[in-house]
Write a protein that binds this ligand. Sequence first.
Ligand SMILES: [Zn+2]
Ligand SMILES: [Zn+2]
Length: 583
Amino acid sequence: MIYRWMFVLLMAIPGAAAPLAPESARLLTVELFSTRSVRALTVTPLGSGSTRRVDGQPALQPMTAPLQVEWAHDGLWLSPETTVKQLALSGGFRLQASGAQEILAAGKWTIAWRQDGLRVLLTLPSEDYVAAALNGETAPDEPLASLKAMAISMRTFALVNANRHGAEGFGLCDSTHCQALRLGRARPEVERAVRETAGETLWFGGQRAQVYYTQQCGGMSESARSVWPAERANYLAEHRADPYCLRRSSAEWHARIALDQLSGIFRAQGWQIPFPAESIRVTRRSAGGRAVLLEVTGRGATAKLSASSFRFAVDRALGWNQMRSDWYTVSVSGGVLEIAGRGYGHGVGLCQAGAYEMAVEGHSEAEILSFYFPGSVTGITAADHGWQKVAGIGWTLLTTDPRAGLLVDGNAAWVKAQSLLPSPAGSTGPMVQELPNTELFRQTTNEPGWLLASTRGNAVFLQPAAVRQNNGGAETLLLHEFLHVLVEQEAGEKAPLWLREGLVEILASPAEATRATMDLTASEVDAALAHPASAAASRRAHLAAARMTAVLCAHYGMPAMRGFLRNGVPSGVAETLGPVAQP
Ligand SMILES: [Zn+2]
Ligand SMILES: [Zn+2]
């Protein structure tokens, strides 16, 4: 990751501070391990910035070693010290609980005591949440277009339901009740799908849409109203044929349950159902064909039972995934209830298997979303049209405002950058993404909001035009970032940060680089570039990097400098620099 200080520091951002209502990026508080009781956790800090605090302590303390947290009758027992009520953590951590998938994430954490185990809450950026949801609920070989359609759907769900569990003291749970999360390293395709849809949600009639998705609708999507009578969304009102998912699989399933066993399940629920049950039939179906109401008969009496209560009771008693949907036929033979079903899930909204197949067949994310949510529009706000891809000459612009004139500046900058540092033949040009607000810039780049731009590999991220406005022209800014892209294409693993930064500086503004002062050592510069404590510290490190590179370049020449970039800086060279580097 490359850090880049820009010409004027942004401490406050007037103009861009106008509230976007509703927000396209925010912090979300998630309950982790929500479907299990966790009594022991190993908490390992990742990186150098992780901190902790227990009740009573005034401030966060640096945390470098793993910590064992165990539930006890009177609080949390922390190895090797003491018993506390609550542990607060900040930064990146790995959490391991026996029998549960390990969690890797960064944010603000609270581990608290509750009667049945540890309560673990994580507050994280909404874009990180979307990546974790996409990681948790999509196929490992999911194509990009359906990943993007899912990212938009999941972000919509998260922002609409951000306080769904508000009464319990958090926002969302990490199970399928809300959206299943997998907080860990995401595949590059998942990261790309989140990044290229940053902030995008579905809108309907000027409001964020209510979205639902289902694993496999079985060939016929269900209307939301038949599953949730209170749901009034028009774009979910229809049940429609889905030819796509059936091309992947028929999604048929079967379940056999002995009537004796079933009677036991009904009794355990405390339901007034004839005992023992002798027959069951479906007496009402939705327009889409899913069971709505069942009738149970036994000893001459009958009772009505809702299909959803029936499925929940069976799944709870016999294990989830016994009955994978409400779309089935039933028959009784030899004291056994035979259920022949189709589809996985409630069938409402986006069918994941169908979206996958649409993507395989070459449909875009926009086509997928308008097939499953007819009439809805994708945008970052209700007023825009989401991300637009615009082709520059040799580079690509991703923006929500294609009229803004960045193309002319970018074309000039790319020509200039390539004349200064020609790129190897066949390399792909940069992708510039202009984020529409500072919070999305921060969440997408993991950089502080006072940066104007950030480059990672081939991707250049820009603050919105309103923020850049008073900080020099886009051409100068893009020249810098494009040089970073070119330097990164050439850099080997051993190239230090100061050399990568310094080369960009001396190519972009050679006069400034020779005038810069050098009051830091090479390792201090690298540390300050990697984790700048402030805008001022970042600026100082950039100037020192520029000066160091300028001194070496005057001594060895540019071809040798590019050799250092590819192969690392030899030790003799570092010694040349050594005495000069000291203040
Ligand atoms: Zn939930
Ligand atoms: Zn389907």
